[in-house]
Design a protein. Structure first.
Lengths: 468, 468
């Protein structure tokens, strides 16, 4: 044993998964499926369907707040586009829901240093009315710190919850650091606060607040709840650090009415075998109201639709591919629940959604790793040329397909790189210019590969003319 | 002559300035001044004055729109801070001016695709009143294209001027691409337009419009004039490309009143020789109203003040150093004009300002290259260790010191890297988080070096205690 070898051997001992394996003990080789690979490479180079849908939806409709006229225009747009692309059984499956809309909103430090801060109401925020409310700020660095505070310290005040979310590739910190938005308003209300402002759940430094949904639970009375843009939250921290009482005037006007209408837009590539369990792929059509919902989630519906179209262009799959543009995901996944109620008992071979932006897919995971290892290995081999690694420990996620997965559908997750995602998520900055066409095509290539491999085989049919 | 030598010789012939020079013909060596170098290196490593001023002014005052109460609070803040730092002759020199303030503002595409666009009024915009105006958009890709259009094509419409400004290190394209803002409103008004919107003069892709000043000249009637955020201008272009008439509803409420008050805040490091021409350094105290004016121009006043303080900490210069925090630069350099009226005939050894952000200085230029080559060479040698090159072809610029230079003061320009400057210039995004403390210190080091070299010599005096 020489000194130069020792560190390498220690490293190998410490990280056995990365240690060099004898080629004699490697599992049998798995090669990419040639037909899927050809479709993959064509999509990677030539796809324009996804860009066209994303550009069209964000330009010709713009924002698509759930259960509003804008979302209805988006459904009409989707039906027209999906029919024009040659999909079958294009229809809207409507459902009703409450409508929450935003009005005037502002936050102003009254003292000690008068100045305006950039703010946006959170979904289902209570309304201050046009006169607003005024109160002293009380600072917490987490929801738990707020929960631990005596009610008497919070009563009559405006709660401010800070946090320190950093970018992560898989978005895994959104769970923990999203708590100020999801739980903060209810906890603050139960303690008698007259309002709550949080540091936006985001990773950028622009004056664009990140909105997002929250619900008042446990019988909490709705109070005004808003997110400060991150530079403004940092400004408020600096002002608080001067040690003098900080008084804020907060105006968050909003309206909630019952009986709004949303719906899922559904389209199909009919399979040769109508009895074979179907492939369900989707994204959500609605968006928050301040950007044009480009990465959240026009790109998602565009990616899965483009992939299904590539299969349609290639011939007839054995399994039916069902594309769903879910309605009303942002206010709590209502479209996904409506779909599962209507279709959850139909046999699904797979349920998958694209709803994490438009940057490249970097890894995938699926319960096929346990239930169908051969297909999983084939997927891994066919996706690897796109730079996509497999994640054997992945778990099902995705608001829209979760209820269908809960009803028994197997899941697959094509995981996008989220490093930039929370820079623009739920902000006015979610616009078309944030989308990189090359990365968008890589997404389409991956989804096309997956659909080709799980389609049960594509037979050349009366080939459809390519239509935009 | 070998083949490999030929290209090198051709290159040398084509670009003689870069050709290798014989060491026998090099000019005599110039070494950095040791005392200036020591002050430079101390500032580079340890300066906190500039950060403290920038952080304090942006946190404790925030935006400082010219001739408003906010700018008055900033003057009070400045006087307190400059006195606390030990400067002499701290005073405000007031002047009067009209006050322009912004009210409600919105832009909405009414048809064919209803949606809101992000907009900000330009300085001295006409007001639509709360009801707004509605008109068809007419597109131009430059001011010249607008000028060439027949009045009949423009009359009754809302002009939209596009452009394609890219980032540049020296900001030199701001002249050409700023024309839509500076000249567009007047030209549009003269042709009978009912309003004008421009693509923001900027280089980012955020939903933050770039405001800035414009004047209606040549007897033009004020019309509403606003800047669309860049993603919104691009969206409008996409909508226009569909080929259908585009109708916009534009609301830009603003107010202009006479008799407002602004002022210059002035402080000095008194020189040993009261008759020696002084060193004038400055930045501007006012800012636009949407951000906190961190890079425009809290950092500028902070940099020059910090440098003067480093000289003060080192002893007594021969020449007086006069620090000016100019008022009302943004609406047209009113503070600079007021200073030149009051002081332009006093002898100045140099006039210099910092007003191009807070990123590192990359080159300098000065008329000393012609009038005092020895000092210029000494400056070049002493600034080079900061990565600062000399620009023999530079010209005087700087809104605040221009009138004083026009009155006869020699100029020097320490040029900052503007590659990022027009991402946030005149937007809500001009906030403290955009400032890199290390680059800010490099600025202070360069200004300290310059002041030390041109001070006429610093004699150790009753050394002042360092005060924040």
């Amino acid at each position: 044993m020489t000194r130069t070898l020792l560190p390498a051997l220690l490293l190998a001992a410490a990280t056995p998964a990365l240690a060099q394996q004898s080629i004699a003990t490697l599992p049998p080789p798995v090669l990419a499926d040639p037909k899927a690979a050809a479709l993959r490479d064509d999509a990677l180079e030539n796809d324009h369907y996804a860009w066209d849908i994303t550009e069209g939806l964000t330009t010709e409709v713009g924002q698509r707040l759930a259960a509003t006229g804008a979302e209805a225009r988006a459904r009409d747009w989707g039906v027209r586009r999906l029919k024009a692309m040659g999909f079958a059984n294009v229809r809207v499956e409507p459902f009703t829901m409450p409508v929450w809309t935003r009005g005037a909103e502002s936050a102003e430090i009254v003292s000690p240093f008068p100045q305006k801060l950039a703010i946006a109401a959170l979904g289902y925020s209570g309304s201050t009315g046009p006169a607003g409310v005024t109160g002293e700020i009380i600072y917490f660095d987490s929801v738990d710190a707020l929960r631990a505070a005596p009610d008497s310290a919070v009563r009559g005040k405006i709660v401010f919850i800070d946090h320190h979310m950093m970018p992560s590739q898989d978005g895994s910190d959104y769970g923990q650091f999203g708590a100020p938005r999801r739980q903060g308003p209810t906890v603050a209300s139960k303690k008698g606060a007259i309002g709550i402002v949080i540091r936006s759940i985001g990773t950028d430094h622009h004056r664009n607040p990140h909105t997002g949904v929250q619900y008042f639970t446990d019988g909490a009375t709705p109070i005004p709840a808003g997110a400060l843009a991150i530079p403004d939250a940092e400004q408020l921290v600096r002002v608080l650090k001067r040690g003098r009482p900080v008084v804020m005037h907060l105006t968050l006007v909003s309206q909630k009415t019952e009986g709004g209408q949303s719906g899922n837009v559904i389209a199909e590539v009919p399979g040769r075998d109508p009895r074979a369990p179907i492939l369900l792929v989707g994204g959500h059509l609605d968006s928050w109201d301040q950007g044009t919902g480009a990465i959240d989630d026009a790109s998602g519906v565009a990616i899965v639709t483009a992939a299904a179209k590539h299969i349609m262009d290639a011939g007839r799959p054995q399994r039916t591919i069902r594309v769903v543009w879910f309605g009303a995901e942002e206010p709590g996944g209502l479209g996904g629940k409506a779909y599962a109620e209507a279709h959850g008992k139909e046999p699904h071979a797979i349920a998958a959604e694209s709803d994490f932006g438009a940057d490249r897919i970097w890894r995938f995971s699926s319960q096929l790793s346990k239930t169908d290892p051969a297909s999983y290995a084939q997927l891994a081999a066919s996706l690897a040329p796109l730079g996509i690694t497999k994640n054997d420990k992945g778990e099902a996620d995705g608001t829209d397909v979760e209820p269908t997965i809960a009803a028994g559908a197997p899941w697959i997750s094509l995981g996008q790189d989220g490093s930039r995602y929370f820079d623009v998520h739920h902000t006015p900055d979610d616009t078309l210019d944030k989308i990189d066409p090359a990365q968008l095509r890589q997404n389409v290539a991956a989804w096309t590969t997956m659909l080709a491999l799980l389609s049960g085989g594509i037979e050349p049919g009366a080939k459809q003319p390519k239509r935009r």
